[in-house]
Unconditional design. Structure first.
Length: 140
């Protein structure tokens, strides 16, 4: 996957005229993600609260608020795998404190996701964000 930043992702979203194109773009982001090892698809990495099956695995470098948190993930739904890719661009490689300081609603509103995701997908997205923020909270 390219090292596209979240800001670049927002710019790319703005290039598309309709949500059908944006949806395909999100799905393509998910398809570009590296394979997630089957061995990591366990109850410990399974995210509760998602209609689709979602797994997230964290890698933490350092300790405390300055610990760098990276994560990988997978889903059995293409659009959800794309949403994982979006969250990676927003959070992965950030410090624990930076993750906790991020106004997630504000950042994701730049993509206008909430207006175009079903309530179940929105709940799943919130569950994934909660898991990522949980990784960060454990560092403080």
């Amino acid at each position: 996957m390219t090292a596209e930043t979240f800001d670049e992702l927002v710019e790319n979203f703005e290039l598309f005229d309709d949500w059908e194109e944006r949806y395909r773009y999100v799905i393509d982001l998910g398809k570009q993600m590296p394979d997630f090892p089957e061995a990591l698809k366990t109850d410990a990495t399974l995210v509760e609260g998602c209609v689709s099956r979602v797994w997230l695995e964290e890698k933490i470098t350092g300790e405390g608020p300055e610990a760098i948190i990276e994560f990988s993930g997978d889903s059995d739904a293409f659009i959800v795998k794309g949403l994982i890719a979006v969250l990676q661009k927003l959070f992965s490689g950030q410090t624990a404190q930076s993750i906790l300081d991020t106004d997630v609603s504000k950042e994701l509103s730049r993509l206008d996701l909430s207006a175009h995701l079903s309530p179940q997908r929105s709940n799943g997205l919130n569950s994934m964000v909660g898991r990522i923020r949980g990784y960060a909270e454990l560092q403080l």
